[in-house]
Ligand binder design. Structure first.
Ligand SMILES: Nc1nc2c(c(=O)[nH]1)N[C@H]1C(S)=C(S)[C@@H](COP(=O)(O)OP(=O)(O)OC[C@H]3O[C@@H](n4cnc5c(=O)[nH]c(N)nc54)[C@H](O)[C@@H]3O)O[C@H]1N2
Ligand SMILES: Nc1nc2c(c(=O)[nH]1)N[C@H]1C(S)=C(S)[C@@H](COP(=O)(O)OP(=O)(O)OC[C@H]3O[C@@H](n4cnc5c(=O)[nH]c(N)nc54)[C@H](O)[C@@H]3O)O[C@H]1N2
Ligand code: SF4
Ligand SMILES: [Mo]
Length: 682
């Protein structure tokens, strides 16, 4: 505590954000004249084999977010109606806030039961303590389960059919690959630490193919870009399989030993000639043949799928079709070969009581988080919404209705936040949350195999507190006695590592805390599906064969364009959307990318404003005419804060609650729209 003024030190911490890379970061803390430490610089840990010494263009600016002048650092109570456009808050003490919130929750519990309280959250932090375990209070109270479907469940459900567990290629084996197919992922933006692995493969001769409806940074990096029509991936995968079967590019021994149902798949692929595949996907016959030939004749082939293809009505099936390809080529037997959706299944922690899982009541109602707009309607029966690790006023589909729901005078809205987000601006209470530098936590990853531990390195500013502290305070006031609700991070760590699973052999709490980042105990040649899979049959399940089905939201004269809304390079979902420099780097305001042909057809001018209207709502955006888009497809990158948009609206004012075919997932790239020029002065 008596360190000399302006001393500085470096600490190593795991990035908490919802990103596959889960980087190990080097953060420089400097003690100011006031005696308090601040984060002043952030980069990647050079010693970490996957982080390789760099942080992304976003998170290098975390110190500015951490010390943002508008960051809430005291509990705030709304004093004007939530329907007033400019919110006004007064500072209150923690006791005032917690006593009032607890009394109002108690009243709802007594009068209407636990089903009147909605918890709403996602992955603003990936920490096991401040994310997964934070739900324990709500499970102890028996409030509805929130199905966390906004991102990954269509993919997870699809993967499960074929493979069971979510295991995959060791990311450090990617340099062995001789063909890399980036399929529905803009990895240079969204998974930037895969790039050094791919560059190593390329130096050794690998070719890189990108399958994506529009040209982005990843297409620029790839050797070949296949600009398919959105929502047609199942057709393309079946077209590839057609050629694998037709040319004998399949691995008969692998298929016989490790899979079931190949005849079904062969039958399904039969009609997908290169000609038919080309017609449906919008690619040329040569492109289809070339992709199939490359996959059929190059060992090892590494396919990296993202969530892009899953965010359509038929998205689960699309991902299932693509991810079965290596089961035909036998790539799972090769180091660096196979397909990767997520590494998360390798973290075989003891999760029996994590988040109060053991308290979940079988008859409890479920809310699909993609249907928040409906859940917040007055007739849905919720009297309170407690929101943490999430910014639904911007990120949830049908966001204008979400905002209207949060504005209800009879709905108590409590938001735990680090930033004054548009969700926080609609709260009755804003409770200031700590960041990953200020609270201890434990991190898994969905892009690599290291477990991380963070100490609390910085003192929290003002009266900011971890989610876990807030929920324990509420639990006491509500008379909750369930012990797991009151766990410390040490209790949590002891519990989750209490397992005999071989992946965690030798990983004790003491070791994890001492080393900070520990690789799971996986063999050097980790080939999870070389012999079969974790399905009921013990084999990769190829049947029932995936079938291509066009989406129901067909384009028509009223809605002639498909709108894709993929991630921005300089934001992490809506996180960082409040930093002026990252807004500038991203183009100053959100743009809609339109192909020149469509610009001509719909009278749109580069640099002018346009209205994007869907069946759900409309927004105004500045037009960028570019061949990066394709005819019939409009693209708006990034869930910008509405406050940075010309009309104050999130792009999700036009996206719908429509769910995917598998897993109840989100369909952010499924929206059909009409784009019309806004006349000057309008
Ligand atoms: N910079 C940055 N990084 C991020 C994020 C971020 O917001 N910004 N978000 C993080 C999170 S939470 C996630 S889930 C991941 C998401 O990262 P990704 O998986 O890369 O993102 P997606 O939105 O799934 O879209 C990926 C690509 O799929 C394309 N796509 C859309 N429809 C289709 C289709 O029908 N077929 C095919 N083949 N492609 C299609 C889109 O054009 C886009 O380029 O990224 C994480 N990393
Ligand atoms: N149109 C469109 N919409 C999308 C997407 C898209 O591609 N297109 N992507 C979707 C996807 S993939 C995802 S994952 C979701 C993501 O949606 P969200 O999970 O809402 O992600 P963020 O927008 O990053 O907001 C997370 C919030 O959590 C807060 N937070 C971080 N750490 C803590 C903490 O320790 N405590 C508390 N209380 N708060 C914390 C941050 O300050 C931030 O405001 O968005 C989805 N929405
Ligand atoms: S957001 Fe992703 S790439 Fe950026 S520092 Fe965090 S984990 Fe690494
Ligand atoms: Mo996500």
């Amino acid at each position: 505590m008596s360190a000399p003024a302006s001393s500085s030190r470096d600490v190593l911490l795991t990035c908490p954000l919802d990103c596959p890379d889960a980087c190990r970061l080097r953060v420089t803390l400097e003690r100011g004249k006031d005696g308090r430490e601040r984060a002043v610089k952030l980069t990647g840990d050079a010693a970490h084999p996957y982080t390789k010494g760099f942080a992304c263009v976003k998170t290098v600016h975390y110190p500015a977010r951490q010390h943002h002048p508008e960051r809430p650092i005291y509990p705030l109570r709304r004093v004007n109606p939530k329907t007033d456009p400019e919110p006004r808050f007064e500072r209150v003490t923690w006791d005032e806030a917690l006593d009032d919130i607890a009394a109002r929750l108690r009243q709802l519990l007594d009068r209407h039961g636990p089903s009147s309280i909605l918890r709403y959250h996602y992955a603003g932090t990936m920490g096991l303590m401040e994310n997964s375990h934070a739900h324990a209070l709500w499970r102890a109270l028996g409030t509805p389960e929130l199905d966390e479907t906004i991102c990954a469940t269509a993919g997870t459900a699809a993967w499960q059919v074929g493979y069971g567990s979510r295991l995959t290629v060791d990311p450090l084996d990617v340099p062995h690959a001789r063909l890399i197919v980036l399929w529905g992922i803009n990895s240079l933006s969204t998974h930037s630490h895969l790039t050094p692995q791919m560059t190593a493969a390329r130096k050794a001769g690998a070719r890189i193919i990108h399958v994506d409806p529009y040209r982005n940074r990843t297409s620029g990096y790839a050797d070949t870009h296949l600009k398919l029509k959105p929502g047609t991936d199942a057709a393309l995968a079946l077209g590839v399989m057609h050629e694998l079967f037709a040319h004998g590019w399949t691995d008969g021994a692998y298929i016989a030993q490790a899979t079931v149902g190949v005849e079904d798949l062969r039958e399904a692929a039969r009609e997908w000639t290169p000609e038919r595949t080309a017609e449906v996907t919008g690619l040329t016959v040569e492109e289809v043949r070339d992709l199939a030939h490359a996959i059929g004749t190059t060992r090892p082939t590494y396919i990296r799928v993202g969530y892009g293809m899953t965010r359509h009505e038929n998205g689960g099936t699309a991902l299932r079709a693509v991810t079965l390809i290596p089961a035909l080529t036998g790539d799972w037997r090769q180091r660096g070969g196979g397909v990767c959706l997520s590494t998360s299944g390798a973290f075989a922690l003891n999760r029996t009581r994590l988040g109060g899982a053991h308290l979940t009541r079988p008859d409890v109602p479920h809310v699909n988080m993609n249907e928040l707009a409906s859940a917040l309607a007055p007739d849905a029966g919720f009297g309170a919404a407690v929101i943490y690790n999430c910014n639904p006023a911007v990120v949830a589909p049908d966001s204008a209705r979400v905002r209207a729901g949060l504005q209800r005078g009879d709905l108590l809205v409590v938001v735990l936040e680090q930033a004054m987000t548009e969700t926080a601006r609609l709260a009755d209470y804003v409770l200031p949350a700590t960041t990953f530098m200020e609270h201890p936590d434990v991190y898994t990853s969905y892009g690599h195999h290291w477990l991380g531990y963070n100490r609390a390195e910085l003192e929290a500013p003002g009266e900011a507190r971890p989610n876990s502290w807030v929920f324990q305070q509420l639990a006491r006031r509500l008379g909750v006695t369930e012990p797991s609700v009151y766990w410390t991070v040490d209790d949590l760590l002891a519990e989750v590592l209490d397992t005999d699973h071989p992946h965690l052999a030798g990983i004790t709490p003491e070791r994890l805390k001492a080393e900070g980042s520990v690789r799971l105990n996986l063999p050097g040649d980790f080939l999870p599906y070389a012999q079969g899979a974790d399905t009921p049959s013990g084999k990769v399940q190829l049947s029932p064969a995936p079938q291509y089905r066009p989406v129901e939201a067909v384009l028509n004269a009223d809605y002639p364009l498909r709108l894709l809304t993929p991630p921005a390079h300089h934001f992490l979902n809506s996180t960082y959307g409040n930093l002026a420099n990252l807004n500038r780097a991203e183009g100053g305001e959100p743009h809609v990318l339109i192909h020149p042909e469509d610009a001509r057809s719909y009278g749109l001018e580069d640099g002018g404003y346009a209205t994007i209207a869907s069946e759900v709502g409309q927004v105004r955006r500045r037009v960028k005419v570019t061949e990066a888009a394709q005819p019939g497809v409009a693209v708006v990158e990034g869930t910008w804060w509405g406050l940075s948009a010309p009309d104050g609206e999130s792009i999700n004012a036009v996206t719908a609650q429509t769910l995917t075919d598998l897993g109840g997932g989100s369909t952010f790239h499924n929206t059909r729209v009409r784009v019309t020029a806004v006349s000057a002065g309008a």
